[in-house]
Structure formats: C-alpha cells, structure tokens
Design a protein around this ligand. Sequence first.
Ligand code: FAD
Ligand code: NAI
Length: 477
Amino acid sequence: MEMSKQFDVVVIGGGPGGYIAAIRAAQLGFNTACIDEWKNAKNGPAPGGTCTNVGCIPSKALLQSSEHYEHAGHAFAEHGIEVKGLGLNLGQMLARKDNVVKQNNEGILYLFKKNKVTFFHGRGSFVEGDANGYEIKVAGATEETISAKHIIVATGSNARELPGAPFDEKLILSNAGALAIDAVPAKLGVIGAGVIGLEMGSVWRRLGSEVSVLEALPTFLGAVDEQIAKEASKLFTKQGLKVSLGVKIGAITAGKSDVTVEYVDAAGAAQKAVFDKLIVSIGRIPNTIGLNAEGVGLQLDERGFIAVDGDCKTNLPNVWAVGDVVRGPMLAHKAEEEGVAVAERIAGQHGHVNFNTIPWVIYTSPEIAWVGKTEQQLKADGVAYKAGTFPFLANGRARALGDTSGMVKFLADAKTDEILGVHIVGPMASELISEAVVAMEFRASAEDIARICHAHPSLSEATKEAALAVDKRSLNF
Ligand code: FAD
Ligand code: NAI
C-alpha cells in the first residue's frame, strides 16, 4: 500500500488565516501543506478564501470603481473637469473586479511555490488522530489521505440566512451575489445595516440604485463611537442611503423578478416593500461543514465556533484553529495575525495577538476607522478620560482634495494621557488609522502624537491636531 504523504503542519483552509499560517510555518522550517476547496469559474483552485473571492478584495474593487463613477458624475465639475457622455459599462466593471480577484488567487499560488508549501485543491476532513499525529482526507479531483503532526483549522465563515428566505443568489443575495449583480437594480433592499450592508449599499447606490437598508437595532452602527456614528449617519443620509432602524422583519417572498419584504417599522406600523434585489447581510456563521469535527471529538462552542483558548489551541492535542471559525472579530487581518502566532507557537516561539489594537475599517465614503475603546465603552467602564476632536473641514489637504467631511477623535486617559481609542470618519480613514494603531501598540500618550512632526499638507495633520485637542490646544481650529 502507498504510504500517505507526511507533513509537519497541515492547514485546512486557504483564506487569510490559513494561507498566511502555512507560509509562516514553511518559513520556520516545517514541511507544510495547505488544503483549500474554493473553485474559480473554470473549477480551478482559487485560494484566498472569502476575503479574496467574495469579500475584502472584490468589494474594495467595486467600491473604487463605483466611487470613480460617482466622482465623474458629480465631483469633477467643481475641479473644472467637464465630463460629457458619461456611461456605465457594468460588465467591464465586474470583469475588472474578477480580474483583481484572479491576480490575488494567482499571487497566493505563487507564494505557496516560493515558500515550498504543498497545495491541495479539495476538501479536507479529519479521518483520525491522537497526540502522535492526524490523518486528513483530501477530496478533490482525486481522493487521498495525508498525515501531519500539527493541524491548523482555518475554515472561515459563511453568510447567515434569514429563516424562510434562503439565498438563491438571483433575488435574495448573500455577499457573493451582492458582488455580481449584472444589471443595476432600480430598487435594492438590504437587510442589516452592518459593514456589508453599508459597503454594498454604497456600491449600488453610487451606480444608480435606490437603496433601502432595514436594520433591527434601534441605533445606527452600535459598535462604533456614538459621535462618529452620528456624523456618518448624517453623511450617508445626505448621499441618499435610506436606513430604517428598529425594524422587525417578517415574511420575505421571492416572486419571478422581485422580492417582497414585510416588516414592522420602529413606530410599530406594518410595512411592505418590493425590491428588484435583496441583499441579506445580518452577520456570518463559522464554517465547519465537512470537516468531520465530531468524528475526532473536536469541540465547538455553543455558537458553533471551534472552541479555542487564548493561544488558538483546541481541545485536541496539536490541533489549532484561527480566523473567522473561532471567537473574536471576523476580520482578515485578525485571521492573519492568529495564523502567524500559531505557526510561531508550533515552533516553540511566543506568537502573540493584541486584541486591543485590532483596527476596524468600514470602506464607505467617507471611510470609518477606529481602534481601541469608544467613548460609550469608557463611560460604561467608569474610566476617566479626555477627548479631542478635529474636523477635516479645517485641514488644508482635505480642502484641496475636495473632501472635508468628518473628523478625527482621540480618547486619552485623564491621568496618564495614554491613548485609549482613536476614531475617524473621513477621507482615507483606513490609512490614517495605522498611526493610531502603532501609537497604541507602543502605549503612546496623546502628547506623543501631538509632538511628532507631520507632513504638511496632509490628512495626517488632522490626527496630530486631534491629539493636541485632547489638551484643548489644537492650532488650526
Ligand atoms: P476564509 O477567508 O473564509 O477562508 C476559509 C477558506 O477555507 C475558504 O477558502 C474555504 O473554501 C476553505 N474551506 C473551508 N472548509 C474547508 C475544508 N473542509 N477543506 C478545504 N477548504 C475548506 N475583512 C477585513 O479585514 N477587511 C475587509 O475589507 C473585509 N471585507 C469583507 C467584505 C465582505 C463582503 C465579506 C463577506 C467579508 C469581508 N471581510 C473583511 C471579512 C474577511 O473576509 C474574513 O474575516 C476573512 O476572510 C476570514 O479569513 P479566514 O481565513 O478565517 O476564512
Ligand atoms: P455585521 O455584524 O457587521 O452586521 C449585521 C447587521 O445586521 C447588524 O447591524 C445587526 O443588528 C443586523 N441584523 C441582524 N439580524 C437582523 C435581522 N433579523 N433583521 C434586521 N437586521 C438584522 O455583519 P455583516 O454586515 O453581515 O458582515 C459580516 C462580517 O464580515 C462583519 O461583522 C465583519 O466582521 C466582516 N466584514 C468586514 C468588512 C470590513 O472590515 N470592512 C467588510 C464586510 C464584512
């Protein structure tokens, strides 16, 4: 009988958690394999997971394209650029998005080769195992069994369905369908005003849809700093994004070419809305389908996530789990950090993920980005703090850009001045937040940022000014 292929480390899942873990494990000298089942349109391998195929990357490609379209339609005139005969070639826009995805898939396959990670295209599932090693079945074009001393599970997450309204990806869309609508819907419904709802709602609104977002909670972006969420809500409403809060969704009925959503609004009145397409973005659920977790006794928690400790160790010896399939924020960079930390722990090093300094970004226009505590959290925790804000309206670079919406907000400890949270709504917030992440990782004070020379004119001066504002001494406002 042919011996099964043996590896030191086998990673199941090739998303940002899995492929990065595999590369780091290989860098550390382990004979490493990564198994991923995602298929491209030609049934070929498409590693990169949700993030690369139907998440971070394609959504940002469409956000960029739709923003160009909106700017060409509205914003260029102010700069003295006259656009005549503006048209939308949605097919080309989607093809470009697909090409960006493909480049990323190919990039990961290249990185596997470069780092000598053996890639298997197919579904990986546990066959058997104990402290001495594990057997994993790989079911792809052919079936084979491989073995490993260490397993890293990075199987990600799937979109959550509403009961009674399964995704058909034609009328009722998950994130996958929302990124591939082939004609701009006149009326687009979105259930859930979270990250996906706002990003995808923005894309299709910019391209011409009338977008209505229905949200169960009574507050807009409850996890975001209240002042920032209020400012964002004002700006989105001005753009024409209609968000109804505090609704209770009832029956959803898919017709031939439209979807009817019955709901009770915040005032308690029964409502009925008809949409050409409906995006359901109400959160994601961990994916352990086909892994045969139960077969080897891999424990899940009560919400279906793989149960892990602070070091991403599962209940089974030498089995680890990272990314969306375990507790914590469902973010690509969180998955990557956990992947690196686990590979380093397997090598006997002290990999570490600092959950207090994981940045969040919502890629709307303006962008929303934050790190650390919100003002409402500090109040709830009884922490004495100082706050400083600076509006982009008073920033020269923002005026030159023609994008003066939003602000930077600093929250610092009242006694020690240590930065506790930084919140931004405004242009390039996704890039600006990095400075705050670095500062918080080094446990800097607001004064530290206030005393650092920032280039002029740049948006980052708003960060420095907000830090100065903590002690009520901003210079340009
Ligand atoms: P995944 O990326 O889900 O990868 C898991 C992989 O494992 C998949 O390829 C899957 O096919 C494979 N797999 C599963 N089971 C098996 C098996 N048994 N055998 C073999 N393969 C298997 N995060 C950000 O940080 N920034 C963003 O801008 C952002 N935008 C997003 C936009 C959208 C529309 C969505 C849906 C998500 C977005 N996210 C974003 C979240 C991000 O995509 C996830 O947090 C990230 O992909 C999690 O990585 P992961 O490696 O844990 O899992
Ligand atoms: P989400 O958790 O961000 O938002 C879901 C929203 O739906 C919440 O506001 C929730 O109150 C609401 N909701 C839940 N059930 C509902 C119901 N029955 N009726 C009406 N509203 C309901 O989840 P989302 O947008 O699906 O995204 C999933 C995850 O993917 C995000 O939490 C994030 O981790 C990740 N993501 C990250 C992005 C980024 O980093 N820029 C972009 C997109 C997704």
